[in-house]
Design a protein around this ligand. Structure first.
Ligand code: SF4
Length: 206
């Protein structure tokens, strides 16, 4: 097997910005987002396809990123992608936590975990399933609903997370008109689930 040394001090950053978390349990809270480039999961409905090619995104050193984060009063930093766990996130989260910041990640779970996290949101994808070991440590399971059959598929993963894990169903943005009523009906019948809407898209923030 070829062992590739993963870079830890420099990461391919597609964009980084201070905004409100638009989805899931922390919806509505101020958060600094760092979107890393690179993803091979291949969701057909992906709304950040520009993230896929890692070579398109400049390598930034963790120290420079920290300076940008510290210019804001952010208390939460969300690492997203792309698929952020394609990269070694130990150094980045060490620095964030040393600065007293809360570290959150949004991942498909398709790659081994690195980094130290206060909140792990796993959003499994059919195109490249999550590794089994990430599901029991997830704080939040977020299923993007593109088809009615995704509701049954969601239950397969709900059975694999810890009892305290928050469960969210989120309509895929372009299918929201069709899927949201189905999700509402499903949650009423299965109240362990909650609705997640991409409120950042409604309020027009990144
Ligand atoms: S895992 Fe995320 S970034 Fe990757 S293809 Fe799917 S939606 Fe896009």
């Amino acid at each position: 097997m070829n062992e590739v040394m993963k870079e830890t001090t420099h990461l391919p950053v597609m964009e980084h910005f201070y905004t409100l978390q638009g989805e899931g349990f922390h919806q509505g809270k101020a958060a600094y987002f760092i979107r890393l480039g690179g993803c091979d999961v291949g969701c057909v409905w992906c709304d950040v396809k520009d993230s896929w090619d890692v070579a398109k995104h400049p390598l930034l050193d963790v120290g420079s990123l920290m300076l940008e984060v510290k210019k804001t009063p952010a208390e939460i930093v969300v690492i997203t992608g792309g698929e952020p766990l394609m990269h070694d996130l130990d150094e980045l989260t060490n620095e964030l936590k040393a600065a007293g910041l809360r570290t959150h990640i949004e991942t498909s779970g398709a790659y081994p975990q690195s980094g130290t996290w206060d909140w792990i949101c796993v959003s499994p994808k059919k195109f490249k399933p999550p590794l089994p070991e990430i599901l029991p440590v997830a704080h939040e399971l977020k299923i993007v609903v593109f088809n009615r059959s995704d509701l049954d598929w969601a239950e397969k993963y709900a059975a694999l997370v810890s009892p305290g894990c928050k469960l969210y169903l989120q309509p895929e943005w372009d299918k929201a008109t069709e899927m949201t009523p189905l999700i509402i009906e499903y949650i009423q019948a299965n109240p362990q689930w909650e609705l997640s809407l991409q409120i950042h898209k409604y309020i027009n923030v990144p």
